[in-house]
Ligand binder design. Structure first.
Ligand code: ZN
Length: 245
């Protein structure tokens, strides 16, 4: 026999998945979730704020050329050697030391950085982190009972969700969606559309000489497929001004 807590949970579950009222988990909740995850990493000392004028300019170009749900991006630096960027809900972008050094040395150019950042903004704007957090919330909530109804910033549930976000990896479908979103964004902002593709090719080539980077390639197992699909869209954009699909 189901208790009241479980019944309410199931009701909310149905609402979220089938009716999807934006008010239940709106942009301010997404922002709070991302900010909580950032706060934890700042406290652990694994990231620090990054003040880089040229990267800031790229982000401002994106925010001014289109309407973004989260136009105010915050930039952080993670002390990791593998070149990568990760995005948290609400527009918090974490660049690794490895990528930042390549950028500073000019081995990763402005158009490539724009392509990488636009892809991450895609994850943010399309709410990929939020969807994953909600899935985690419900799957644990159904097991954990009524404690999980306390979805309020600062609560234990919020803490668990932000921990989960730091560990999550994007699905294959999300990667392709973010690639398409990012390409449309760099095109609109006037950057070269080949930036992300060139970076992915570079990563593939460089990972041979950097055994530690294999982790990066293995977390992006469909690199060749992505490069191929990016090519299809890049061609379509140059011919028609639109993505191929
Ligand atoms: Zn991605």
């Amino acid at each position: 026999m189901l208790g009241l807590g479980e019944l309410v949970l199931i009701g909310l579950l149905i609402l979220i998945f089938f009716v999807r009222p934006s008010g239940i988990f709106g942009p301010s909740d997404e922002k709070a979730l991302g900010s909580k995850a950032v706060e934890e990493r700042l406290e652990e000392g694994t990231i620090q704020e990054l003040d880089d004028e040229s990267i800031r300019r790229i982000l401002q170009t994106f925010s001014s050329c289109t309407v973004l749900k989260f136009p105010d991006h915050r930039l952080y630096l993670a002390e990791q050697e593998t070149p990568n960027v990760s995005a948290l809900p609400g527009g918090y972008l974490v660049i690794t030391r490895g990528l930042y050094e390549l950028y500073r040395k000019g081995e990763v150019g402005a158009d490539e950085m724009a392509g990488i950042l636009a892809h991450e903004i895609g994850h943010v704007e399309l709410g990929h982190g939020k969807s994953a957090a909600l899935r985690d919330f419900w799957s644990r909530g159904l097991k954990g009972g009524s404690d999980y109804l306390k979805l309020a910033p600062g609560s234990n549930v919020w803490f668990k969700l932000s921990k989960f976000l730091l560990e999550k990896q994007s699905s294959r479908r999300e990667e392709y969606e973010a690639d398409r979103y990012g390409l449309a964004l760099v095109y609109k902002a006037g950057y070269q559309t080949t930036g992300l593709k060139n970076f992915l090719i570079k990563i593939k080539e460089m990972s041979g000489a950097h055994p530690k980077w294999t982790a990066l390639v293995s977390t992006h197992p469909h690199l060749d497929d992505r490069i191929q699909e990016l090519d299809v869209h890049i061609e379509a954009l140059s011919e028609t001004g639109k993505l191929a699909f």
